[in-house]
Design a protein around this ligand. Structure first.
Ligand code: GLU
Length: 624
């Protein structure tokens, strides 16, 4: 196809907004497809449901929902039409959720039938072949009826609404039209009743089924519904988990093998995206972890598939190489950085003797920052990387904050690695994960209580904890110093006792309780603090910790350069410090310029040291 060579006026006329072209290549491509295929008028409207023969045959809409929640739309993407068989995939999902796999699978098979959608044939053990043919779909509605009774249709409608992310209505005239004429489906339902696949209330089950087929959707709705399947059951627009991930895999499987009537084999061979079509002219196609596609054009080919919809799907798949079996991935990109604490330490500033221990034992703590969805192959790579390197680290931090998903296979491999490493005396710490996350509960339950990994929300907290273990192991905490003399302050280095005393006399002693705020971001910065005892944390208003400081450290020193506080400072413990007003310091500097110059030089040295450390961090974090 040569859709891309067709330049519509909207393609070339790029809309400019803030200097950027807002029409993306995918939007251009969809518009070109629409223009190219709109001229194709082959195929016929379904007419075995009389009301369907009355729709406008020229309607043509395309929509794509991305899993991050953007919807592309072209043409009649908001024109309502009846969902028909497209509903089967979603109602099957609901049946699996409501009744569980065992009960559903006992009633309905998952084999392609190779026959038309309305075939009356059952398998040799008298089950519908699969939930994508009418017999299977009516059986699904029957199963839901068993649980919900007269509320069955409303439950189905609500589920379709959750997939679409909006309220959906029923086309009553199409429903009545099918109810009046759908004798073949009636025959199928009674046959299923004969084999106890559909229990009682056959007419009510049929009504629920006919109504579900008459639900009104648009191409945009179908894209969002498919996007929900592509997004492991989470609607990309509403963010709601509509069905469980393992149900998604079941639904996509039957869509792959049986979703496109008796064209299913060709479809998966040529297009390669799990899909379902309906005689109302709709097609949904869900490409896992990438996009959901919805098309509408009511002229159907001899298999019952939308002619133009098929063309659009073929074009998108071949143009962007979207066949689901044609995947590749470089698992090595899942390790974003791998370092020890000589390059990136925690933000807790340490006493000199503690710092010395951490410098000597820097390779005792190793950090791997991981990125991307981690599957079986990715975690296998990580475990080989851990096994293959000559690391001396006894504490291993695995950071998951950029990991949106860990598969069950990945969790299993990770849990057994944690156990094996535990046996070797290596402690694994997980960071970047909520204590309540699925990742934690799965890995912890697979690891077992004895080797349960420690976990932290923030990587910085995990590194700090690991550093504490090293300091503790090598005796650092036994000599913790409680208070500090002013001559240990970096800002006052190289001043004489007398000079320090003169400065001290300008300062006011302050005392803060644990949890008390000392400095607030945005306030006027008019003093510098010398911490004498206790711990403080410097945080951004967002709560991110920039540093934790102990006795002998200064804070608020940027007041000497900047007139506004750039961060908050909180007392972590009982804190004693001296607060020195900048004005007093300036006045003093006018009298004693040499002292003032020395303090400014010291400030430059403090800032230069921080810059050197920050550069080292940036270097190691961007080295991959
Ligand atoms: N309501 C239609 C039927 O059961 C749906 C068929 C379809 O879309 O394939 O005949």
């Amino acid at each position: 196809m040569d859709a891309l060579n067709h330049q519509s006026s909207r393609d070339t006329e790029l809309l400019l907004q803030g200097g950027y072209a807002v029409q993306t290549p995918l939007q251009q491509f969809l518009e070109a497809c629409h223009e190219e295929f709109a001229v194709n008028q082959s195929g016929n409207l379904a007419d075995y449901i009389p009301e369907l023969a009355r729709v406008d045959p020229s309607g043509f809409g395309i929509a794509i929902a991305t899993i991050d929640g953007h919807v592309y739309e072209v043409g009649d993407s908001r024109v309502p039409f009846t969902i028909q068989s497209v509903s089967k995939a979603f109602v099957f999902a609901l049946a699996l959720e409501l009744l569980g796999e065992d009960r559903v699978e006992a009633a309905i098979g998952v084999e392609p039938s190779g026959e038309a959608f309305n075939s009356i044939r059952l398998t040799s053990d008298n089950k519908p072949f699969n939930p994508m043919v009418n017999a299977g779909a009516i059986a699904c509605s029957g199963l839901i009826y068993r649980v919900e009774g007269k509320n069955a249709f409303e439950r189905i409608r609500q589920s379709l609404c959750a997939f679409a992310g909006r309220d959906l209505d029923v086309d009553e005239s199409v429903f009545e039209s099918e109810r009046a004429t759908g004798n073949r489906n009636r025959a199928i339902a009674w046959l299923l009743h004969n084999y106890a696949v559909v229990e009682n209330h056959v007419d009510d089950v049929l009504d629920a089924y006919f109504r579900q087929c008459a639900v009104l959707v648009t191409a945009r709705d179908l894209a969002v519904m498919a996007g929900t399947l592509a997004n492991r059951g989470i609607n990309p627009i509403t963010g709601k988990q509509v069905i469980k991930p393992h149900v998604v895999a079941r639904v996509l499987s039957v869509m792959t093998s049986s979703g496109m009537y008796d064209y299913a084999g060709e479809w998966i061979y040529r297009v390669g995206i799990p899909a379902k079509s309906g005689v109302g002219g709709g097609i949904v196609a869900a490409l896992p972890a990438q996009i959901g596609l919805g098309t509408y054009s009511p002229r159907l080919d001899s298999h019952g598939n939308s002619v133009r919809g098929l063309e659009v799907c073929k074009a998108i798949s071949s143009r962007f190489d979207l066949h689901v079996l044609n995947r590749n991935a470089d698992v090595r990109t899942c390790v974003m950085s791998d370092y020890d604490i000589s390059s990136v330490s925690s933000r807790r500033s340490r006493q000199p003797h503690e710092q010395q221990i951490l410098e000597d034992r820097h390779d005792d703590v190793r950090v791997l920052e991981l990125v991307g969805a981690l599957n079986f192959a990715a975690i296998d790579y990580i475990t080989r990387r851990l096994a293959g390197t000559q690391s001396k680290a006894s504490l291993l931090v695995l950071d998951f904050r950029r990991v949106p998903d860990l598969t069950m296979a990945g969790s299993r491999l990770l849990a057994s690695t944690i156990k094996t490493l535990g046996g070797l005396g290596i402690t694994v710490i997980l960071s970047g994960v909520e204590a309540t996350s699925n990742l934690i509960s799965t890995v912890v339950s697979l690891t077992g209580d004895d080797r349960k990994p420690r976990h932290f929300l923030l990587l910085d907290d995990a590194i700090e904890w690991a550093e504490d273990q090293i300091i503790y192991r090598f005796g650092g905490f036994s000599v913790v110093k409680e208070t500090s003399h002013l001559k240990e302050q970096a800002l006052l280095a190289d001043l004489t006792e007398a000079e320090i005393e003169a400065i001290t006399s300008l300062a006011t002693a302050r005392h803060y309780k644990p949890g008390q705020q000392i400095v607030k971001a945005g306030e006027i910065a008019n003093s510098v603090f010398f911490l004498q005892s206790g711990m403080v944390s410097i945080k951004l208003p967002s709560g991110v910790r920039l540093a934790s400081l102990g006795p002998g450290k200064e804070f608020g020193e940027m007041a000497m350069i900047e007139r506004t506080r750039s961060a908050d400072v909180w007392a972590d413990t009982d804190v004693q410090c001296l607060e020195l007003p900048i004005d007093a310091l300036t006045g003093h500097g006018a009298l004693y310029p040499a002292v003032s110059l020395r303090i400014l030089k010291n400030l430059s040295a403090v800032i230069a040291r921080r810059l050197i450390q920050a550069n080292a961090k940036i270097d190691v974090l961007s080295a991959y």
